[in-house]
Ligand binder design. Structure first.
Ligand SMILES: NC(=O)c1ccc[n+]([C@@H]2O[C@H](COP(=O)([O-])OP(=O)(O)OC[C@H]3O[C@@H](n4cnc5c(N)ncnc54)[C@H](OP(=O)(O)O)[C@@H]3O)[C@@H](O)[C@H]2O)c1
Length: 263
């Protein structure tokens, strides 16, 4: 059995860092490539790399810089990595201002373009540059019991607020909602294109729940305490969900517990 190879994009902190920890812990042979925009400042990720010298590579990708994405894809191939079993597009920004974008008054081209670039364009470019390696994946992640075997898996970390149908009364957060809806459309399109051929790749959007990270912490007051997950719990649920994925699931928008979310 070949060793599983996973790439976690947005690994400096929060859910991305936890994905690296959990993937390394779950499989003693797993190799993880972690990317983040400032590796030198990602102290916890560097500490994890120290503990897993030969199993965790750290590379620099700022999603606003397409050359970073292309450069790392080329470097990974040149380093002899011949396949990718799992790509987790995890990085995300709620709004670059750090303030709420709760009404039309707060909307700006800068806010929109940074949020869309980080949450939707960057993940799609990741898929573009890593699709060749994903199509060489050996089905290490996802269900092995299925009639149509797959090669790799792409997990785009989305958010329930990206669901148009679910946006019933609250509104607001134009940039974030638009970016996650755009990411979900990218997931759907990828699921169609990457299902063709003999080495199909599963692609899903996943809502991680409300998780205790820097991104959501300022807004926890309005959420009941028992509805706020630790990053560890959310990631374990998502990896369990990934374990069961088949080609039947490709293109879906799912919550951490496998519940389908309408687009
Ligand atoms: N937490 C929640 O309750 C929740 C709910 C629904 C969905 N999500 C989604 O879950 C994902 C992870 O969020 P989180 O909660 O872990 O947030 P977080 O702790 O704030 O982490 C955000 C991550 O995104 C990275 N990032 C931001 N802009 C980037 C860029 N231009 N290039 C590369 N990396 C960039 C950050 O890197 P730096 O360290 O360099 O800033 C950091 O690693 C996001 O997609 C978010 O939308 C979270």
């Amino acid at each position: 059995m070949a060793s599983p190879v996973a790439l976690v994009q947005g690994a400096s902190r929060g859910l991305g860092l936890q994905f690296c920890r959990s993937l390394l812990r779950r499989s003693p042979t797993a190799h993880v490539i972690a990317t983040c925009r400032n590796p030198e400042n990602a102290k916890e990720l560097l500490a994890l790399q120290n503990e897993n010298r030969n199993r965790l590579d750290v590379e620099k990708i700022d999603l606003a810089l397409p050359r970073d994405i292309q450069g790392v894809a080329e470097k990974v191939k040149e380093s002899g990595v011949s396949k990718l079993d799992l790509l987790i597009n995890c990085a995300g920004v709620l709004h670059p201002s750090g303030r709420g974008e709760t009404s039309l008054r707060d909307v700006s081209i800068e806010g929109l373009s940074t949020t869309l670039t980080t949450n939707a364009v960057g993940p799609l470019l990741m898929a573009k540059h890593f699709a060749p390696l994903l199509s060489k994946g050996s089905g290490e992640y996802g269900s092995k019991a299925q009639s149509k075997p797959h090669a790799g898996v792409i997990v785009n970390i989305s958010a329930r607020v990206g669901s148009i149908l679910d946006n019933k009364g609250l509104g607001g957060w134009y940039s974030y909602r638009m970016s996650k809806a755009a990411l979900n459309m990218a997931t759907k399109n990828l699921s169609i294109e990457l299902a063709r051929g003999r080495s199909p790749v599963i692609c899903v959007s996943v809502h991680p729940g409300t998780v205790n990270t820097d991104l959501s912490r300022p807004y926890h007051k309005s959420v009941p305490k028992d509805k706020i997950f630790t990053a560890e719990y959310s990631v374990e649920c998502i990896l369990k969900l990934v374990d069961g994925l088949t080609m039947e699931d490709t293109g879906k928008f799912l919550a951490w517990d496998g519940e389908p979310i309408p687009f």
